[in-house]
Design a binder for this molecule. Structure first.
Ligand code: ATP
Ligand code: MG
Length: 579
């Protein structure tokens, strides 16, 4: 491809709408353009990157016995009603009606459709395991579409669904996919980590892992152990209770204490001259219609995912509004506490709260707190569970080592679903004794378009994108510094043609531009290799090879440059390192 012909409109300015670097660079380097919030057009270079990621994904799915299919985007509401998810999915689902007023949605995910297919076609255990996948657009009307391809409303996903005879064989399918995912992200040239994850709305009880591309800008926080292989999303990471020393100054005092205007944990602690670890933090929640209180130690954060799993699941879990708190407890939120409440008010306490011996909590009375409160004596929680978010430095739940924190971008997730969908949709088969059995399922998603964004978040510098070779739109760009010197031009043409004939995907910057402009664009677009043909080096029969990632340059004799580049590219494409 010649750059003069390539639809690659680069921008010098950083577009104001783009907050994160991948979004900025994809716009500036001419990879994507916005059609509507969270909906993008891929320009030629953008689409090449997507197709490369898809191809890696496809090869790895096929290698594990996956069979590619194409499922409809437009899906009938009836199927979603069968699993109960038509009502549960909420406003994230794009819904529409046809001319006969029948309801449909644009697929946010495809468990229903695929299980419907399989229940119609599956007869015997001999057909199992069955691994079916597709690579296709998904539609989710995200509350906050943002960060370009990172959180779109239309995005590309690979989704594979596994159907197995029993839990053991289903686990085997899960393991295969886990391996495939390690290979996919390694082959894409990304630094990633697989972490234990919450199964969320997709559900299932058999466990789940997320694959996180590690990057400072990641929306997700993960913790990992420095001594063993434990790694988890903080949403999921198990917390061991850690008991803080009791505040001796409070031991002798009981009853109400006047704490005027102290609404936050910090204010109460500093007013009373005690540590936050001596306080009970009481927050009121609404889970659908249910009102309840959640208690954690004053220095801890409530983990709403854990709350939802322990007390729900709810379609809508949120903190109660001050008016709601007031109408139920007759008290403003800052002074709420668990003591002396009517029995029907449900109280859930974190494991650490259950062990606090002389705590301070709100008195359910404006400007007052209670001293020397003991869980089990002064109040009895209806539920005691791990309800808080882990913090770095805490002990690993597996080995006791120290947990470290990192930020990540979730580029894939695998779920062991059990029979959640197959039971509701009656996806069954006949076993070897002719008896009807329900399938065990798994589902496995790769965010293809998000992976493209994540790759840029992880690989960029002040000049632009630094593509890992396997997913670069082209491997190499050939830049003649002038079009006025016929030797320079003909050498550039020859290298360009030869490289393409060797299988090195190469573009030729044949524009009549200053070298500086060409170099800037090449760096911005992020071609891993650049060959510069300049008059000075040519006088010695040499051209310059520039590595985008390291900025390293080498002068290489013209006749050797193509073989050198071919070797570099082939080597980079063959590396698969799974840790
Ligand atoms: P998130 O928690 O980020 O909203 P999710 O857990 O709902 O994502 P899954 O249902 O697990 O997403 O989808 C599989 C993969 O699809 C995710 O791991 C992610 O890479 C990608 N993905 C999900 N939502 C989006 C989106 N709005 N835009 C781009 N990619 C997405
Ligand atoms: Mg997910």
């Amino acid at each position: 491809m010649r750059v003069s012909q390539l639809l690659n409109p680069t921008l010098r300015e950083v577009p104001a709408e783009a907050e994160v670097i991948s979004h900025q660079l994809m716009l500036r380097a001419g990879y994507i353009r916005k059609a509507a919030a969270g909906i993008y057009t891929y320009l030629p270079l953008g689409w090449r990157v997507i197709r490369k990621i898809e191809q890696i994904v496809r090869e790895e799915m096929d290698a594990k016995g996956g069979q590619e299919v194409m499922l409809p985007i437009v899906q009938p509401a009836e199927l979603w009603r069968e699993t109960g998810r038509w009502d549960v999915y909420g406003p994230e689902m794009f819904r529409l009606r046809d001319r006969h007023d029948r309801e449909f949605c644009l697929g946010p995910t495809h468990e229903e459709i695929i299980t419907d297919l399989v229940r119609g076609e599956l007869r015997s255990y001999k057909q199992l395991p069955l691994l079916l996948y597709q690579i296709q657009n998904k539609y989710r009307d995200e509350r906050r579409p943002r960060f370009g391809l990172m959180r779109g409303r239309e995005f590309i996903m690979k989704d594979l669904y596994s159907f197995d005879r029993d839990p053991e064989s289903s686990k085997e399918s899960y393991r295969k996919m886990y391996d495939a995912y390690e290979r996919i992200y390694s082959r894409c040239g990304l630094t990633y980590r697989a972490v234990e994850a919450d199964a969320g709305a997709i559900g299932g009880t058999g466990g789940s892992h997320e694959f996180m591309v590690l990057a400072e800008s990641g929306e997700a926080a993960v913790v990992f152990c420095s001594d063993c292989s434990y790694a988890a999303n903080v949403e999921k990471a198990e917390c061991l209770p850690r008991y803080a020393p009791e505040d001796q100054s409070l031991k002798e005092k009981t009853g109400e204490v006047h704490t005027p205007g102290t609404k936050t944990i910090e204010q109460v602690a500093s007013f009373l001259g005690i540590s936050k670890t001596s306080l009970i933090k009481t927050l009121a929640y609404k889970g659908d219609e249910k009102f309840f209180l959640v208690l954690v130690r004053g220095d801890r954060e409530i983990n709403e995912i854990k709350v939802n799993n322990a007390l729900g699941p709810f379609v809508n879990l949120r903190m109660a509004e001050p008016e709601e708190v007031n109408s139920v407890l007759n008290c403003e939120p800052g002074f709420v506490g668990p003591v002396g409440l009517p029995k029907e008010i449900f109280i859930a306490a974190d494991l650490e709260v259950a062990e606090m011996k002389s705590a301070v909590c709100g008195a359910n009375k404006k400007d007052y707190h209670l001293l020397n409160v003991v869980c089990g004596k002064d109040f009895v929680p209806a539920k005691i569970a791990d309800l808080r978010t882990v913090t770095p430095g805490e002990p690993c739940p597996k080995c006791g080592g120290s947990l470290k924190e990192a930020r990540g971008i979730e580029v894939g997730q695998v779920f062991n679903l059990g029979t959640k969908y197959s039971e509701k949709l009656h996806a069954t088969y006949l076993d070897d004794k002719g008896k009807e059995q329900v399938c065990y399922m798994g589902c496995y998603g790769v965010g293809v378009s998000r992976t493209m964004a994540a790759a840029i978040e992880q690989n960029n510098d002040e000049n632009g994108i630094i593509w890992p070779m396997p997913i670069a739109p082209y491997h190499c760009i050939v830049v003649p510094v002038t079009l006025k010197d016929s030797e320079v031009v003909s050498v550039a043409e020859n290298i360009y043609k030869k490289l393409n004939s060797l299988g090195v995907e190469t573009v030729l910057d044949d524009r009549d531009e200053r070298p500086g402009v060409k170099f800037k664009d090449a760096d911005l677009v992020g071609y891993p290799l650049r060959v510069t043909i300049g008059q000075k080096a040519m006088a010695e029969g040499k051209v310059e090879l520039v590595y985008r990632a390291t900025k390293q340059t080498e002068l290489i004799p013209v006749e050797q440059v193509c073989d050198t580049i071919e070797r570099i590219v082939k080597e980079a494409l063959s590396i698969v390192t799974c840790d």
